[in-house]
Ligand binder design. Structure first.
Ligand code: NAD
Ligand code: AHE
Ligand code: ZN
Length: 368
């Protein structure tokens, strides 16, 4: 079939919205009509050329929601008409990662996914007979896409696609980091570095679990108002204090119980570790840093009881946890609407990237 898609032909170039060829689903695969997709910072990161796994030409996008239109042989858990959210972290429920309760990083298809192909090593997308690569196993910047069955969460049918698409990455990444990965307790002091599409979801996750202080750190003072609405109790602009770490120790009375880095800046990652409470503070890296970048600290920081962690997709097991997060949204327990600042047609997708780079959007959503 033919489908309209925004194609990334080269790193650093704008996407081109064109018609491409899409082959139907093979065994274990599902054809999905994408109804809406968010534009995540990670799409911009890969398009910039900084992603060691970035390969072109490719169809980016990994934060979508849509409807199953066809299933390949052997697919048992989904049928045409089902509403789904694509999962860049799948959940096969049988690999040794899925069987280990300590991780959500299913590895069943990780290698081929990173190469931009389906699990059998081939691409379903092509242009003029030449393959186009998939991206993060999702390629939601195409109106129709093909995914493995294990990379789709089935969700309720009354949830609006243009809002729940954000659960495909940003919402789950932020709230999940608090709830599933760090397991923040009521009364804990939490510090969040970077109040963008991820950090604001960490903040609302911290409020949801009953955190005490929720300190937000951002260079952009315009982020303050929205962050307060989502539960931030204290704001630090690094440009207005002598020492960010000292300012956090003062506000929290000794340091963060939990800190989250939601920027992708290795210098800030160090601050996020060092603002943690001596003896028990835990720091979680969420931000994605460019190829070749490294983190550092004095080992004494760890010897004296702080610990450094990382988390992908909020520690969520997609097929199990994503439907629950959709319920949280539909029940009014979490706010997604106020984070979706812009809605665009596919033809204007590059404007969504421009808004992100200028710091003018939290989330832009493309509606097909
Ligand atoms: P964003 O651009 O919306 O937000 C980043 C925020 O950080 C902005 O508000 C910006 O003003 C602020 N900032 C930038 N430099 C700063 C500094 N030095 N000190 C303080 N604040 C600073 O980005 P986002 O969509 O929220 O994504 C954040 C990061 O999370 C990105 O690196 C993205 O790739 C990554 N990410 C990771 C996962 C995961 O599973 N680990 C999932 C999604 C996104
Ligand atoms: N491909 C990059 C790393 C990019 C990365 O860290 N991706 C996160 C998700 S960001 C979503 O917006 C992730 O899930 N990582 C775990 C994984 O298995 O990819 C690189 O450095 O090679
Ligand atoms: Zn993302």
């Amino acid at each position: 079939m033919k489908t309209r898609a925004a194609v990334a032909f080269e790193a650093g170039k704008a996407l081109e919205v064109i018609e491409v060829d899409l082959e139907g689903p093979r065994a274990g695969e599902v054809l999905v009509e994408i109804m809406a997709t968010g534009i995540c910072h990670t799409d911009a990161f890969t398009l910039s050329g900084d992603d060691p796994e970035g390969a072109f030409p490719a169809i980016l996008g990994h934060e979508g929601a849509g409807i199953v239109r066809e299933v390949g042989p052997g697919v048992t858990s989904l049928k045409p008409g089902d509403h789904v959210i694509p999962l860049y972290t799948p959940e096969c429920r049988t690999c040794n990662f899925c069987l280990n309760p300590k991780t959500n990083l299913c590895q069943a298809i990780r290698e081929t996914q990173g190469q931009g192909v389906m699990p059998d090593g081939s691409s379903r997308f092509s242009l003029d007979g030449k393959p186009l690569r998939h991206y993060m196993g999702c390629s939601t910047f195409s109106n129709f896409t093909v995914l493995p069955e294990i990379a789709l969460a089935k969700v309720r049918q009354d949830a609006p696609f243009d809002k729940i698409c954000y659960i495909g990455c940003g919402v789950t990444t932020g709230i999940g980091a608090v709830v599933y990965r760090a397991k923040v307790e009521p009364g804990a002091n939490v510090v969040v570095f970077g109040l963008g599409g991820i950090g604001l979801n960490v903040i609302q996750g911290a409020r949801m679990v009953g955190a005490n202080k929720i300190v937000g750190v951002d260079l952009n003072p315009a982020k303050r108002e929205l962050a307060m609405k989502f539960g931030m109790t204290d704001f630090i602009n690094p440009g207005e204090v002598d020492d960010v770490v000292e300012a956090i120790l003062d506000i929290t009375g000794g340091g963060a119980d939990y800190s989250f880095e939601c920027i992708g800046n290795v210098n800030v990652m160090r601050q996020a570790l060092e603002c943690c409470h001596k003896g028990w503070g835990e720091s979680y890296i969420i931000g994605v840093a460019g190829a070749g970048q490294e983190i550092s600290t004095r080992p004494f920081q760890l010897v004296t009881g702080r610990s450094w962690h990382g988390v992908a997709f909020g520690g969520a097991r997609g097929r199990t946890d994503v439907p629950t997060i959709v319920d949280w949204y539909m029940d009014g327990k979490i706010n997604i609407d106020d984070l979706i600042t812009h809605t665009l047609p596919l033809d204007d997708i590059n404007q969504g990237f421009d808004l992100m780079h200028k710091g003018e959007s939290i989330r832009s959503v493309v509606v097909y």
